[in-house]
Every structure is written in structure tokens, then in C-alpha cells.
Design a protein around this ligand. Structure first.
Ligand SMILES: Cc1cc2nc3c(=O)[nH]c(=O)nc-3n(C[C@H](O)[C@H](O)[C@H](O)COP(=O)(O)OP(=O)(O)OC[C@H]3O[C@@H](n4cnc5c(N)ncnc54)[C@H](O)[C@@H]3O)c2cc1C
Ligand code: SF4
Length: 554
């Protein structure tokens, strides 16, 4: 059968909806600096900026308080944040020099770690590669970290607006002037209901995009301003579960190999979150080759493996979620992450080091560097692209880009499969990134053809409802509270055949897509904003605030 080329079925980004050359409404809220997205990046940036103002005032400056805003699409802070997570505390220590590590909302220090290569029934312990050493770091729930950061930000006078997704950038000429939020209370036909709330315009001298992975406004701004990168960005999908367990997990565990096909890049993790909880997840690169690969199903299989099952048996699945990760690394960083009135930080700009699966401290640190740049630009009353380019210089000179440069080709080495990739990645580690020299070119995930032939390893799974769960049960465990009558926010492309409908059904971890006969059915309210289909299928657009998951422990 002819392979599926995802790009052929995908719509263009709706730039006319995302970039609005319109005057802000007369009732617009006015901010000096607006962070779009209350993840670690946006909140760390807002805290850093508020602290800089307070420090300047304490040193005798007559500068007034700044109006600092943070918009968040989740109904409450943390509900849309998901990570492994083992966190490098470096950025937190820098942001809160007055606090000790024990004051941060971590679950526990990493005291031991193991890496295994899995086969279907067995496991082989491997030496821990240098990129995966986690001693000195801490396990944490990102939801908890975000909630804590939100409290610190509010205590410093930052205005946080949960339940307000930014829908579009407001621009004048080449300058970003702020954002327009989504309306709420529309019915399926986009007609106002009794609870209708019209969009709010929020203007800002500087808008900082901290929307996280596959940020819609970040994509739109880059396309509009023609900001490229040496390689396109590529993504992985991570599906995660948090379990209440009967016995403590005594170490951080990473696995490679089964249940992934040898052509796919990825691996799993198990992290202890205190004596009674375990975070477990599987990450798979979205350049996989088989149209019926299903990351949710693969995670369910992984839980049946003899290395994993004993840790979960007798326990209880508490929460489930999924999210994509930008995986391209150094060569996928935008050539600039600043423009007139705009800065980009965190995942939306791609600051993630894939070999170590770390992004939280880079997100915070880039948010903080954006704040320093914004502070100086406002003092100089110059928010032009030339002035805000300081941010690019600060990031390029920081440990962030140095770290990402060392592993610049490591993810890309796996594009020809796991075994060859493993050998090449080993040589890259030994040579500090110098082997093989140059840049391994990459194409976008949507340009990778998908074979339609089913393989035995990817056969359907019948969930038992205890250890393994269906997508419907999984979405329930995400706390998803989207209104059933919400307008469709997923823009389906053209020419969606029965095979493509099947491909989307396997791709989406939340069961949004179903093949019914030869047609695609879209259950949009199931969406938990992981953004995987924005990469490979129907486009994701911002919807009514508070829609989506209600994570507490992710
Ligand atoms: C499965 C998985 C495992 C990971 N494991 C680790 C790990 O162990 N250690 C580590 O350091 N990193 C890990 N990472 C990476 C890390 O989680 C990210 O790099 C980090 O969360 C990025 O922070 P951010 O603030 O840029 O984005 P996010 O944390 O995604 O926050 C962005 C925020 O913006 C909001 N938002 C998005 N669009 C809008 C909009 N239009 N309007 C308003 N709000 C919006 C979102 O709801 C969200 O709250 C992992 C990631 C994944 C997916
Ligand atoms: S429809 Fe929603 S949940 Fe499904 S893949 Fe796309 S973004 Fe993720």
C-alpha cells in the first residue's frame, strides 16, 4: 500500500487568524510586559522581572512598579503542565538565592539511577551514559513546581490570568503590540450562549511567548517574520502516568528498546515521587515509520514488562497525561528569538536537551534572560528588534546553548534507526559532540512517510482496566473538563482517507480521532492539548479558557 505522507493532509497555519493587524479595543488591558503561558519559563521570567524592579527601587531608583502579566490557558496554574520530571535546580537556585534546595517544591533528591535495554521478556543493565547522569538533581511534579512559582510571582505583584488563552498576536507594522484572548461561551456553531464572554485585548510594550511546546503564536510569528532555523524543529510525544505504589522505587530508571520498533527513537522513565508515588512514561520521536504506532498503547505494553509490572502491581493509576517535546536541539533553534516588541523563551523556542531529557531549567533560565533584556529595554525606552536582540546574545553566551551545542547531532543520529544511532551517539559523547562534524540535516516530522503495513509488535491491546487502560479511561484520569458543546478547535485538512483516519486515531493518545466506516470522526472535547496532531495532522488552535486537562500531579 502507498505510504502516508502526513504533510499532504495537513492545513497551513491560519496566519490570518493568528496575526491581527488591528487596533486594540478601547477597553484593552495595558501591561508593560506580558508573558504568554504560565509554565516554568513564563513564571520564572515574570518573577525575575519583578525582582529586578524591586532591586532597582531598593538601590534608590525612582522607577515605578511595572505592570507584569502572565496569561495561562488552563483554568488554574499547573493544570496544563506535564514533565518527567527530574529537574536540574540550577535556574531555581539563581532565581531564589535566598532559598535552600529543601525550600523548593521537589519530591526527592536522585540518589541512584539505572539504565536498561529491554527485550520483550528481558532486560539488560547498561552503563549510564554521561548525558543521563542525574545525581544532584531532584524528582518533582511540574504541576507542583508551577503552582509554587505562581505563588512566588503573585507575592511579588505579578498579575496572573488563568483561564485566558491568547488566540492571536496584535501587531502594528512589524511590531507586536500584545494579544487578543479567546472568547468563551460559544456553541458548536460559534454562536454566543448565555455565558458568552467576548475576547479581551491585552497590550504590552514587550510580549514574551512562553507557550511551551509547538507554541501556536510562536509558529505564527516565525512564519510571519520569516525566522528560520538551520534544521526544522522535530518533536516527540510523551505519554505519562502517575501511580500510587505499594513499595518505594529506590532509583531513577530509564529504558531503551522494547516495546519500540527498532526504527523509532525513544525510551521510557520511572521516577520515584516520594515513597508512595511513581512517575512513569514513554517518549517516542514523531518521525516514527509505522502508521499504526500508538504511544499510549506502547506505554500500556511497557507496564506489563517484568521490569516494570512488579513496581505497579497492587497500586493505583492516579493520573494520566501526554505532551510533545521539541527534540531538534541546537540546529533547530530559531535564528533569532527576538523581534520588535517580542521575545520567545522555553520550549516554544526549542530549548530542550534531548539526550538528558531536560528542559525545565532551560525554560526558566531563558525566561529569566528575557526578563533581564526586557528590564533594560524598558529602562532605555527602546523595545525595537535591535534592542531586544540582546536576549539572543545572552542566550547564545549562556550554558544553555553551550550544553545544546555539545549534543547538537545526537538526536539526529537516530534518524536511520536505533542500533546505528546508538553507535553514532556513543561516538558523539566520547568526542564531546565533534564526531561526525558538521550538521546532520533533518526534515520535518510531517515529511516522513508512514508505512501502512501492520506489524505484530503493534497489534491491538485489550486493556484490563487496572494495570492497562483504554484511551477513554486515560482521558478520564487526565481530569479533562472540556465543555461538550465547545466549537471545534482542530483544523482538519483535506483528502483524509480511511488510512489517514486510522493514522490519526493511533497518533492521538486521547482518542480524539476515530475511524467510522471510511470517515474521520473528531471528538474535539477529548483533546488534552498535547499538540501531536499539530505536528502531523489536524492543526491545534487555542480554545475557550479552562478547557483541556486538569492535571494535579503531572
Ligand atoms: C513527557 C515529558 C517529559 C519531560 N521530562 C523532563 C524532565 O525529566 N526534566 C526536564 O528538565 N524536562 C523535562 N521535559 C521538558 C520540560 O517539561 C519542558 O522543557 C518545560 O516544561 C518547558 O517549559 P515551558 O515553560 O517552556 O513550557 P510549558 O511547561 O509547556 O508551559 C507552557 C504554558 O503555556 C500555556 N499556554 C500555551 N499556549 C497558550 C496560549 N495560547 N495562551 C495562554 N497560555 C498558553 C500552557 O498551558 C502551559 O501552561 C519533559 C517534557 C515532556 C513532555
Ligand atoms: S487532538 Fe489534542 S490530544 Fe489528540 S493529538 Fe492533537 S493535541 Fe493531542
Amino acid at each position: 500500500m502507498t505510504p502516508i505522507l502526513p504533510r499532504r493532509h495537513q492545513r497551513q497555519l491560519p496566519l490570518d487568524q493568528l496575526i491581527l493587524a488591528q487596533e486594540p479595543s478601547a477597553e484593552a488591558l495595558e501591561m508593560d510586559v506580558l508573558f504568554v503561558g504560565a509554565g516554568p519559563s513564563g513564571l520564572a521570567g515574570a518573577i525575575q522581572l519583578a525582582k529586578l524592579v524591586k532591586a532597582a527601587q531598593a538601590a534608590g531608583s525612582s522607577m515605578p512598579d511595572l505592570n507584569i502579566g502572565v496569561l495561562e490557558k488552563a483554568g488554574s496554574l499547573g493544570e496544563h503542565n506535564l514533565s518527567g520530571a527530574v529537574i536540574n535546580p540550577r535556574a531555581l537556585r539563581e532565581l531564589f538565592p535566598e532559598l535552600k534546595d529543601t525550600d523548593f517544591p521537589f519530591r526527592q533528591p536522585v540518589s541512584a539511577e539505572s539504565v536498561y535495554y529491554l527485550t520483550e521478556g528481558g532486560s539488560l543493565k547498561l552503563p549510564t551514559p554521561p548525558t543521563m547522569h542525574n545525581r544532584g538533581y531532584y524528582t518533582a511534579s511540574l504541576c507542583e513546581v508551577v503552582r509554587w512559582l505562581g505563588e512566588q510571582a503573585e507575592a511579588l505583584g505579578v498579575n496572573i490570568f488563568p483561564g485566558f488563552p491568547a488566540e492571536a498576536l496584535l501587531v502594528a507594522g512589524q511590531t507586536v503590540k500584545g494579544v487578543r484572548t479567546t472568547p468563551s461561551g460559544l456553541d458548536r456553531e460559534r454562536q454566543p450562549t448565555g455565558s458568552y464572554q467576548e475576547p479581551t485585548d491585552i497590550t504590552a510594550k514587550i510580549t514574551v511567548l512562553t507557550e511551551g511546546t509547538r507554541g501556536t503564536l510562536g509558529q505564527a510569528w516565525r512564519e510571519w517574520r520569516n525566522v528560520g532555523s538551520e534544521n526544522p524543529q522535530i518533536f516527540a510525544l510523551g505519554v505519562k502516568e502517575v501511580w500510587q505504589v505499594k513499595r518505594p522505587l529506590d532509583r531513577v530508571i530509564h529504558t531503551l528498546g522494547w516495546p519500540l520498533p527498532s526504527t523509532a527513537f525513544g525510551g521510557s522513565w520511572m521516577y520515584p515521587l516520594g515513597p508512595e508515588m511513581v512517575s512513569l512514561g514513554l517518549v517516542v520521536g514523531l518521525d516514527y515509520r509505522e502508521a499504526n504506532l500508538d504511544v499510549h498503547v506502547l506505554l500500556q505494553r511497557l507496564k506489563q514488562h517484568p521490569l516494570v509490572r512488579p513496581h505497579l502491581e497492587g497500586g493505583e493509576l492516579l493520573e494520566w497525561g501526554a505532551k510533545t517535546i521539541p527534540e531538534g536541539g541546537f540546529y533547530s533553534l530559531p535564528e533569532r528569538r527576538s523581534g520588535d516588541g517580542l521575545l520567545m523563551a522555553g520550549d516554544t523556542a526549542g530549548f530542550v536537551d534531548v539526550p538528558s531529557l531536560k528542559g525545565v531549567h532551560y525554560a526558566m533560565q531563558t525566561g529569566m534572560l528575557a526578563a533581564r533584556t526586557a528590564f533594560d529595554a524598558l529602562q532605555a525606552d527602546d523595545v525595537s528588534a535591535a534592542s531586544l536582540a540582546t536576549y539572543d546574545r545572552l542566550v547564545n553566551e549562556s550554558y544553555i546553548v553551550q550544553d545544546m551545542y555539545k549534543t547538537r547531532n545526537m538526536r539526529l543520529a537516530f534518524k536511520h534507526g536505533f542500533v546505528a544511532g546508538g553507535v553514532r551517539a556513543g561516538l558523539m559523547t566520547l568526542t564531546g559532540g565533534r564526531f561526525p562534524g558538521g550538521r546532520i540535516p533533518m526534515h520535518e516530522d510531517a515529511d516522513q512517510p508512514r508505512s501502512v503495513a501492520a506489524t505484530a509488535a503493534l497489534a491491538p491491546l485489550v486493556p484490563d482496566g487496572t494495570l492497562t487502560v483504554s484511551k477513554v479511561d486515560a482521558v478520564f484520569k487526565s481530569g479533562n473538563a472540556t465543555r461538550d458543546t465547545i466549537p471545534q478547535h482542530l483544523l482538519v485538512g483535506t483528502d483524509v482517507s480511511a488510512e489517514v483516519a486510522d493514522f490519526y486515531a493511533h497518533l492521538c493518545p486521547a482518542g480524539v480521532y476515530e475511524r467510522v466506516g471510511d470517515e474521520l470522526r473528531v471528538n474535539a472535547p477529548n483533546c488534552i492539548d498535547c499538540k501531536a496532531t499539530d505536528v502531523l495532522g489536524p492543526r491545534w488552535t487555542p480554545r475557550e479558557g479552562g478547557s483541556g486537562p486538569k492535571y494535579r500531579l503531572m
